[in-house]
Design a protein around this ligand. Structure first.
Ligand code: SAM
Ligand code: SF4
Length: 473
């Protein structure tokens, strides 16, 4: 572990566990002995946030809470917020505003806000001033101290605001409440060192902190033993996993080790930064039978000029070379990417290069975002002359191109049989996903949810694939 990675000492974890018990006691007089405590935890944004939400739920479960999705039934509501784009923030303010009538009707209920938005002091200040219904606020770096923050709120009967200015700590041993199902996520690292000029993540999640391989593997084994059929390894840039660890173990090696965990499950990982995506990683994906043949490789733009302005540190040529190498080494590999439309100073010519990259690579799917100005980032100071309407027009062109690519892929799947993880119901009976995340609906018994199946695609329209089970594995 590098000197910079601060690990929360076991005594501090134990102290927080003590606060869990204290909270359980303090909650009794507030809600009445024998009352069944219910919490609603909602995580906005990315899978990392959802994974943090599982830890918050784990801690709440140890305090005696069950869970609900209905705000009116909840004794405690915790919104785990996202700051990546402005519209996520607007949504949070709207949703918190709507809670004021619940708090008026039941003043004993507890309302808390945490996550990336709250790590920004100007947002925490705004909540303090304008949203009196909120009882406690804490930023991303204070997550392991949630029990103490709730204890202080309950004990002082005052509002508590805790936004720690730090690079964040690595805390092991926090209980995790995983929603039962077929898929589980497994964080392998936190934070980001890349400082892409548009992105607020390094400002709110601190520097990269890699979990020790033995901790990751222990959790991977627990997940597999619990019967989950898909494990997604999470990090803002999983390819730089291990840079802060002593001993030199890097992401490809970790992937091989997770692949060696006994059990029949798929492995996915996200996100991969193209600048750190090596041929060694691609060879590892090719070798590891549990790792899905689907690479999520956010490119952001098809223009080298814009990539430079974004501080992405790779070129379009580098990106295409990676794709060609992967296609040679991994038969049938598919790619998904993120794209930002309307970065400050992007011209129509730059945008056309993005469009031609999309048409050339033919991604399985795209996550497309219109650029959103984020306070504190370098891009927020750049000239941004392109009008919103023009950016929306470009955005629509990208979606249209992807719709055609998707429809062509779907047509080509008819008659083919895929290995599918059945993960839920559909109007036809069941639904399952292929390794590259295409959803197929097919008839079948509910008892097959959570099983790997061979499913033949029998028909396709623009948005849906319909299939028939050929074999149950
Ligand atoms: N670490 C990941 C990576 O580098 O690909 C991405 C993490 S970020 C939470 C997810 C996506 O949000 C990014 O890939 C980017 O496309 C998008 N994004 C981030 N900041 C944005 C901004 N200011 N405006 C629009 N989209 C943004
Ligand atoms: Fe944001 Fe770039 Fe880090 Fe991804 S790699 S989280 S886009 S700064």
């Amino acid at each position: 572990m590098s000197e910079k990675t601060v690990v929360m000492p076991p005594e501090e974890i134990a102290r927080q566990k003590g606060f869990l018990l204290e909270c359980a006691e303090l909650l009794k007089p507030r809600f009445g002995e024998g009352h069944t405590l219910l919490a609603l935890v909602h995580s906005y944004g990315c899978q990392q946030n959802t994974s943090d939400g599982e830890k918050l739920m784990g801690m709440l479960a140890e305090m005696g809470f069950g869970f609900t999705e209905t705000p009116a039934d909840a004794d405690l509501i915790l919104y785990n917020t996202c700051a990546v784009r402005e519209n996520a923030e607007v949504k949070v303010f709207g949703n918190v505003g709507e809670l004021s009538h619940l708090k008026k009707a039941r003043p004993e209920m507890l309302i808390g806000l945490c996550g990336c938005m709250m790590q920004q002091s100007h947002i925490a200040e705004k909540i303090k001033k304008s949203y009196p219904q909120v009882d406690f606020v804490f930023g991303t770096h204070s997550l392991p101290k949630f029990p103490e923050i709730l204890r202080d709120t309950l004990k002082s009967q005052k509002r508590v605001f805790q936004v720690e200015e730090s690079d964040g700590v690595l805390a092991e041993g926090i209980p995790v409440h995983r929603t039962p199902g077929v898929k589980a996520s497994l964080p392998i690292m936190y934070g980001c060192n890349n400082f892409c000029t548009y992105c607020v993540v390094p400002l709110v999640r601190g520097r990269e902190r890699s979990r020790r391989p033995e901790d990751v593997l222990k959790e991977a084994r627990e997940i597999a033993d619990a019967g989950f059929k898909e494990i997604t390894l999470l990090g803002q840039n999983v390819n730089s996993y291990g840079n802060d660890l002593e001993g030199g173990l890097r992401f490809p090696e970790l992937l091989r080790k997770v692949n060696g965990v006994p059990g029949d499950f798929w492995i996915r990982f996200l996100s991969s930064h193209p600048k750190d995506c090596t041929k060694e990683l691609i060879d590892t994906i090719a070798d590891c039978e549990k790792v899905c043949n689907h690479i999520y490789l956010p490119v952001q733009s098809g223009s080298n000029r814009v990539l430079k302005l974004m501080n992405r540190n790779y070129t379009v040529e580098w990106y295409k070379e990676l794709i060609s190498y992967a296609r040679e080494r991994i038969p049938g590999v598919m790619f998904t990417t993120d794209l930002i439309v309307g970065f400050p100073g992007e011209t129509e010519e730059d945008f056309m290069q993005t469009l031609s990259l999309v048409n050339e690579v033919k991604f399985a799917s795209l996550f497309t975002f219109i650029y959103s100005k984020r306070e504190g980032t370098r891009a927020a100071k750049m000239e941004d002359p392109v009008p919103k309407e023009e950016k929306s027009r470009w955005f629509a062109m990208l979606l249209d191109a992807q719709r055609k690519i998707g429809a062509d892929y779907y047509k080509g799947y008819v008659g083919k049989t895929f290995r599918v993880l059945c993960d839920g119901k559909s109007p036809l009976g069941l639904a399952g996903r292929t390794e590259f995340n295409a959803v197929i609906d097919f008839p079948g018994e509910e008892s097959l949810i959570g099983r790997f199946l061979q499913v033949k695609v029998v028909s396709a329209d623009k948005h849906n694939l319909t299939g028939e089970i050929r074999a149950v594995e």
